[in-house]
Design a protein around this ligand. Structure first.
Ligand code: DAH
Length: 339
């Protein structure tokens, strides 16, 4: 038996060819499914016990020799044909595979989520097709309230009660209706407004809403949370809160971060002030808590809301919001490194 293997080994070592088909036939005759190697391995059972070890060793030598020979002949064959011969592995891709990468809005959304989940916020979601109650009325915006005009709304034609949510604040209503304090949650999602599309406005964009409700929550807690957030995201902890108005918070504020005035672009994007507005926030109006089944005498809380596009535009210095929606790969692949 062992002699037979040795004979095969001699044949293998002596084999030479420069022909693709002949090399392939050689490979199949030895290493193919019904080839010599497999039939030798199958006969292993019949080998007497005291010869098994030597037989196995020789067989492995033969197997390695076949693999080496095939490799050697294939590469010889390829180089003698200037590399243009039929490729021996037909399953090999003829071009390098290009991997994709996340959309910049997903990158930024995930970073925001990471920052808040690290301090105990959960993630909540709600429907994009909303009813009037969750988008407006419960948020202290009763029918005919003039502040409804702050956000131009897409209504469903057949039912004036159903609309495309204009902000993710609707999710805080849904969350409070289902959960009692303490509440710490952020709600990322898509929102819709009936706007003329321009470099700064789009009908569809994304927001992240934040909500914190517990006992004795104060404005200082809000400011500290925002400070932590801006420092984590922008590496910049200098913020200011400007008094503002939102129907669902009282008092309300707009949050600016200090961007600086070093370059001409800084002047342009901050309109010469050095400050950039990044989100709205405030203490949840007691009416909103009550509308959602939470006792405002026992609990207080803060809320905030920001646009993901706006944050991404600032982080990556993108000047036109439409770039996020065109999905031009020349734009998208620039965010590969941010994966
Ligand atoms: N919903 C507001 C908007 O879309 C953003 C916002 C402002 C959310 C203040 C809040 C808040 O929760 O407290 O413009």
């Amino acid at each position: 038996m062992i002699d037979r293997i040795k004979e095969y080994l001699e044949q293998v070592n002596a084999f030479e060819s420069n022909d693709v088909q002949a090399i392939e036939d050689f490979r199949v005759s030895y290493a193919g499914k019904k080839g010599i190697l497999n039939s030798l391995f199958a006969s292993f059972r019949e080998v007497p016990a005291d010869e098994k070890k030597a037989f196995g060793q020789e067989l492995n030598i033969l197997k390695a020799a076949v693999a080496d020979k095939v490799k050697e002949l294939q590469s010889q064959q390829l180089s003698s044909n200037g590399g243009s011969a039929r490729i021996s592995d037909p399953t090999r891709t003829p071009f390098p595979i290009q991997t994709g990468n996340r959309h910049p809005l997903s990158v930024v959304k995930n970073r925001i989520i990471d920052i808040f989940t690290q301090i105990g916020f959960t993630i909540s979601e709600g429907p994009e097709i909303e009813d009037d109650w969750h988008n407006f009325t419960a948020l202290n915006l009763p029918e005919y309230h003039p502040a409804r005009d702050m956000q131009d709304t897409f209504f469903i034609q057949t039912d004036p009660d159903i609309l495309l949510r204009t902000h993710t604040s609707s999710v805080q209503v849904r969350y409070m209706e289902k959960n009692q304090p303490p509440i710490r949650t952020i709600s990322p999602g898509r929102v819709f407004r009936n706007e003329a599309i321009s470099s700064r406005a789009h009908c569809i964009f994304h927001q992240v809403e934040g909500l914190y409700i517990a006992k004795n929550v104060s404005f200082a807690d809000l400011k500290q949370t925002l400070q932590y957030f801006t420092e984590s995201l922008f590496g910049n902890s200098k913020i200011r809160l400007r008094p503002s108005y939102f129907p669902f918070t009282e008092p309300s504020a707009e949050v600016d971060i200090y961007w600086g005035l070093e370059t001409e672009t800084d002047y342009r994007i901050t309109k010469g002030t050095g400050w950039l507005e990044i989100m709205g926030c405030g203490m949840v109006d007691p009416n909103v808590l009550e509308n959602c089944g939470i006792d405002p005498n026992e609990y207080s809380g803060f809320a905030f809301g920001m646009g993901i596009e706006r944050i991404a535009m600032l982080l990556y210095q993108i000047s036109d919001i439409r770039l996020f929606f065109e999905n031009d790969v020349r734009f998208l692949k620039q965010f590969k490194a941010t994966l």
